[in-house]
Design a protein around this ligand. Structure first.
Ligand SMILES: [Zn+2]
Length: 196
């Protein structure tokens, strides 16, 4: 097999959820595809790290020229609620439903002793600082995934809240969905409406 083809197969195979056969199929597709498409694809890939940065407020993703993401910059959003999520994809899944119009905070993972993820590696400090600095915040919604790590992550937040604030949780509504990312819209809607 040509070296360049083998290299691209290996690169694609490295992606999560992509087996060797699928990787080979996709690599072959790219080889046969329109050259402009492939050039644009390569450019988009190389731009990814240079044009995307973390939002200074919520730790979601934003264009490199904007320090805060569209959600944090939106003045029509409800400032009294912060929905705390594990990662940016969860934030997107929830926001897509339109059920929640408050602010978000991305922790950047879960507490996991097996993966050496301790609380200091997550964005708790900036969350607690936001809560202290903004007296208008009255509710924190913990939208962790329904598993042991999600539970530990939520409990740490509850145990370290810097001031009195209403804390609500979604997890008990989500077990059937398995995770926020894969929950359907109706499950997420009822998870938010029935939070407690
Ligand atoms: Zn943001």
């Amino acid at each position: 097999m040509p070296e360049a083809l083998k290299r691209i197969i290996d690169m694609i195979h490295y992606l999560p959820g992509i087996g060797e056969k699928t990787a080979a199929k996709l690599a072959f597709f790219l080889l046969k595809a329109n050259k402009t498409y492939v050039a644009n694809f390569a450019k988009a890939l190389s731009d990814l790290h240079e044009k995307v940065r973390e939002c200074e407020v919520c730790h979601g993703m934003t264009d490199v020229e904007h320090p805060t993401c569209p959600i944090c910059s939106d003045v029509r959003r409800d400032d009294t609620m912060i929905c705390v999520v594990e990662d940016y994809l969860d934030m997107l899944s929830i926001d897509r439903t339109g059920v929640f119009r408050g602010r978000y905070h991305v922790l950047g993972g879960v507490i996991s002793p097996i993966q050496w993820t301790t609380p200091d590696k997550l964005n708790y400090d900036s969350l607690f600082a936001r809560i202290l600095e903004n007296p208008s915040i009255s509710e924190i919604i913990l939208a962790m995934n329904p598993n042991i790590e999600g539970e530990a992550t939520a409990l740490y937040a509850i145990g370290h809240m810097p001031r009195e604030v209403r804390i609500s949780r979604l997890s008990k509504w989500l077990p059937h969905a398995g995770s926020i990312e894969y929950a359907d819209e109706i499950t997420l809607l009822s998870a938010f409406k029935g939070r407690g």
